[in-house]
Write a protein that binds this ligand. Sequence first.
Ligand SMILES: *Cc1c(COP(=O)(O)O)cnc(C)c1O
Length: 371
Amino acid sequence: MLLLIPGPVQTRPEVRAAMGDDIAPWDDDFRAEYAAMRPRIVRIAGGEEGKDVALPLPGCGHMVVEAAVRTFVPAGGKLLVVRNGNYADRLVRLATEAGRVVVPLEGPDSEPMSPEKLDAALKANPDVSHVAIIVSETGSGIINDPEVLGPVVRAHGRRLICDAVSAFGAWPFRLSEHPECDVVVFTSNKCLEGLPGIGFAVAPIERLEACAGNAGSWLLDLHDVYRHAVVNGWGSFRFTPAVQALRAFRIAMDLYDAEGGQPARLARYRRNADVLFDGLVALGFVPYVEKRHQGPIIVNVHQPKSPAWDLKRFIALMKSRGVLISNFWNTKAPTIRIAAIGAIEEKDIRFALTQIEATLTEMGVGLREAA
Ligand SMILES: *Cc1c(COP(=O)(O)O)cnc(C)c1O
């Protein structure tokens, strides 16, 4: 099956094969293997070894997003959330339920947040200590670039939290060039093409050390993850990790380096996304995001208006043709969302486009007359 979903993504057979062994995470051999992974994870975020650290948290991506909010924003603290998409809605909810006061900065989910709007919002809210952004909004496919929004946060003397879960591995970012940034979070899956199971936070040691006691949760306290590593060694864990997923992630990082790292991965995904976008438009679909705002991770098009259209049937027929895409949408209007990420390339996208055209014909959905 060809997976064209934004996580868990299609992986390479070498990565999946690495899951095949029983491993004891506390065994000295694995400790050394894992300790050697940490600096590589810091480098993915553009951090500096010795100044920044990589902190793992087993579980889904939202767990490490919540851990980042809890650790860096004190209870009762004010957090401005750039709210231009479904994943930002989730961040608003988890921060609110964690007892942080959220100031949402609303924007349409088809456009990146403008630095001018963020600047005005920070002027109007002097008591906001942190700004949280979704770097790649996995609902719509737009990018809120920290290169654009970070300097605004810095100019106001506030702190930045980046949910880079569907961005890192592909989108360029250097933590060491963003002194306003407290923490970036991402996972072993998505653009890094490992298996799901582990979230990572990369943060400056200096910032972490100022955050003892903030979290209000032992499990989601990144400061405690850090202290544990300092006391017990960098190859150790507080609790049982998804150890096979970690082993697979090491292989995924080897493949990432062999491909040429972030620039090569961005180029491959950008090509996938361009071919997908242009191919869908050529079939008669209406894009959800204008081409100039279209990121390289995910492409959305409006669902056809044809009376013969039925998303569930379309997904089932596509699956019978060997292509799996999302059976739900995360945009304000009903869309079809197709991912350009994972261990896939242009020929896979072209295959998917052929199958989409054939499926529409089979369903009797005419795009040009109906859209
Ligand atoms: C995938 C994703 C997450 C985490 O999703 P989980 O299902 O919790 O792993 C968080 N933020 C963004 C932007 C994502 O794309």
